[in-house]
Design a protein around this ligand. Structure first.
Ligand code: KG4
Length: 338
């Protein structure tokens, strides 16, 4: 059988990434992160992200091919993140992919970024269906139910901010550097839950909400400062994290009561959170539901996961032509509409 070699490209936020997969085996996975640059501004600056993607994409592609010991002529297809993400950033990856597709006359495969995060778990274990994917990232928060491969149903989602966004904003309020989630996780380990924060969206749905929680932290901070009290950052981090992650845990618990699943997978940047990882494992200990905890490299943006989804779409001949555009708010259910 002919080898299937897929080049994956990812540029939806602040990582320029490229990877090569040959017949399911990851040959290279190159990531150029912009975090240090965005740190100065306390968050991702879209304009700067696009410029840095432009500066780095050629180098990252070359490096991925070099590490995989292949040339452009060996490629079977090219898979690229089409959305969701930052519009300018997405365009850079897509233009690079289109150019390669045109020059080397290979299929162009549009990949949904969150499908990538879910399928990153396949580098750990094969996915088992039906499954529940807990997608928690800087730009998205959703519970995705899958009955089979490449079949996504959003059964719960944020009504406002993403969970990662709330970690980052609360961190900024506390004077912690970007990306705030990492810092809150670190500080929370040394703190206690002493601050009283409201549990958002006290209802029976599978949806979540984070903007009220963020505002509650800001208001509490003002109140304490006005009263001349010193905020204990470790305790605020722990109190916030307990509520933010607690809401996800509550929704997961409800979801498995309503949907019979064999497996739960964590996906996205916030799945690096140590409290979430520990609690979700505890929750399903001694049950017949298997929990996959992705290694940290799988939780951050990378192109290996895009190439992985690219393999599934290649088998299904999901190819686009050069008129393909990006979609910053592409919904996962519509991953075949582009
Ligand atoms: O998936 P990702 O790279 O971004 C999107 O594609 O949206 O996730 C980045 C997010 C940031 O909000 C960051 O603060 C958060 O993931 N994050 C964490 C942790 N590590 C990264 N949040 C909580 N705990 C962590 N350990």
């Amino acid at each position: 059988m002919k080898d299937v070699i897929i080049l994956g490209i990812e540029s939806s936020c602040d990582e320029t990434a490229c990877a090569v997969i040959k017949n399911g085996q990851l040959l290279s996975n190159i990531i150029s992160t912009q975090i240090e640059m965005h740190k100065k501004y306390g968050g991702v600056m879209p304009e700067i992200a696009s410029r840095l993607h432009l500066e780095n994409i050629g180098i990252v592609i070359q490096e991925a091919l070099f590490k995989a010991n292949i040339s452009f002529n060996d490629l079977t297809a090219i898979a690229v993140t089409r959305g969701p993400g930052l519009i300018g950033a997405l365009h850079v990856g897509l233009q690079a992919a289109k150019t390669i597709s045109l020059i080397y006359n290979i299929p162009l495969i549009p990949v949904h970024h969150l499908a990538g995060h879910i399928y990153a778990n396949e580098f750990v274990k094969p996915l088992k269906f039906p499954l529940l994917a807990v997608v928690v990232s800087g730009g998205n928060t959703e519970l995705v139910y899958m009955e089979k491969h490449m079949d996504f149903k959003v059964i719960g989602e944020t009504q406002d901010d993403a969970i990662g966004e709330s970690f980052d904003k609360v961190a900024r309020v506390l004077g912690l550097p970007y990306p705030g989630g990492v810092e809150i996780d670190r500080l929370a380990k040394k703190g206690e839950h002493t601050y009283n924060l409201p549990t958002p969206l006290h209802d029976n749905s599978l949806n979540v909400s984070y903007s009220g929680l963020k505002t509650a932290v800001i208001n509490l901070k003002h109140k304490l400062e006005t009263n001349g009290e010193v905020i204990i950052k470790e305790n605020m981090a722990k109190s916030f994290q307990d509520v933010a992650v607690g809401l996800i845990l509550d929704r997961v618990k409800k979801a498995v009561q309503r949907y019979k699943v064999k497996q739960i997978v964590l996906a996205g940047g916030v799945s690096a959170n140590s409290y979430l990882r520990e609690e979700i494992v505890k929750m399903f200990n001694n049950t017949n539901i298997e929990v996959i905890i992705p290694p940290i490299w799988c939780t951050t943006d990378n192109a290996a996961m895009i190439a992985k989804v690219g393999e599934y779409l290649y088998q299904r001949k999901v190819f686009a032509d050069l008129s393909l555009g990006v979609d910053p708010s592409w919904r996962i259910e519509n991953y075949l509409e582009y």
